[in-house]
Design a protein around this ligand. Sequence first.
Ligand code: SF4
Ligand code: SF4
Ligand SMILES: [Zn+2]
Length: 377
Amino acid sequence: MWSRIRSITKTPVRCKHCGRESSLISQSLGLCSDCLRHNYDEVLPIIKQAHEEARKSFNLPPYSPKAEAGVACRICVNECSIAEGGVSYCGIRTNKDGKLKGATADRAKVSWYYDPLPTNCVADWVCPAGTGAGYPKFAYRRGAEVGYKNLAVFYHACSFDCLFCQNWHFRKLTNSGDWVTASKLDEAVDEHTSCLCFFGGDPTPQLPHAIYASKLALKKSRGRILRIYWETNGSMHPALLKQMAELSLNSGGCIKFDLKAWNDKLHIALSGVSNSRTLDNFRFLGSYNKMRPSPPFLVASTLLVPGYVDKEEVAGIAAFISSLDPDIPYALLAFHPDFCMSDLSTTSKQQATECLDAAKAAGLTRVRLGNIHLLRE
Ligand code: SF4
Ligand code: SF4
Ligand SMILES: [Zn+2]
C-alpha cells in the first residue's frame, strides 16, 4: 500500500537558535520543533520575521491591525481594527473614509468548479457522496453518487498564514479579479449538484457571502438533496459557526476542520495565528455531532508536516477529538512540499505510521491516512 517515493537527500538546515542541523528544519522558518516548543519567547522574533517575509510579496500586513480608532471586523479570531487607508490581515477588507470596505454578504472574491462524484476530498471516505451514508434522506444512491457532482467553491482569502500552505496561489487572487455576488454563485448550482463545498484559501473571511449563497441554493433546490459542506481552519466567530452548523446539520452535509497543531506555540509558528478559537469552535461542534451521528456531521484532518507535525501533535489532537466523541472521523494527510516549506521532503512512512498509531491509541475509531502516494521510505 505504500508508495515507492524514495527518501529525498536534502541539505541539512541549521536551527537559528540551538544550532542543531537537520533536514527536517525548513529554511523559511529556520527553527527546529524543539526550540519552537521549549524556547518560544526567545525565538518569537524569528517566527515573526518568517511570516513578515511570507506576506510582504502579496501586500498582506504582517500582523492583524489593531488601530485604536480603526474600523472593526469580528468575523475571525484576528479581530482586525483597521486604520484609515489600512488593510485587514486577510487582505479582503480596508478602511476607506472611516468605513469597512471589501467583502460583504453579497460580494466576494471567489471562483468555483464542478467536481464529478465520487471525488477525492477529506471526507469522501465517510460522506454521502462517497459512500451513500444517510441514504435515502441525504444521499441519491446507496453507494457512491455517480452521475452527480460537487460544486467546489474556492474563496480567495484566508485568516491564517500557513508557511506550508498547499493552496497558496489564492493569495495572488485576493486583490485581483471582479467581485462576485451570491446570486451569481447560486446560478452555478444545477439539478445534478448534490453537494456544495466551501473551501479556499479559507471560507472564513468571506463567510457572510458563503452563508447567503447556501441559503439561496437551498431555497432553489426546493427540498431535493443538496448538502452543504465546509472545509476550514475553524477561526470564525462563533455566531457564524452556528449558522454554518445549522446549514450542514439540516442538509446532510458536514464541517471539516483542519486542526494543524496541538501545541499553540507550534501552531503560531507554522500558521501565524493561535489555534485557540479553532479548538473552542471544534468543541462547540461536538454537541451538534451528537444530534446527527450519521452521516458524520464533523470531520477533522491534520497535515503531517515533516519535522513539525509529529506524533506528539497528533496524539494531543486525537485525545481532544476523542474526548468529544471517539467516532469523529480523523484524516491524517501526507505533506507535499509547497509555498515557503517547499524545501522539506514529503511525509515519511515512519512519521505517518507513528501518527496513525498515536491517533488510534487515543481511542479514535475512524482514522485514515490520506495522500499515501506521497509517502516516502
Ligand atoms: S488555513 Fe489553509 S488556505 Fe489558509 S494559509 Fe493555512 S493552509 Fe493555506
Ligand atoms: S475576516 Fe479578515 S478583516 Fe475580518 S477579522 Fe478576520 S482577518 Fe480581519
Ligand atoms: Zn533548535
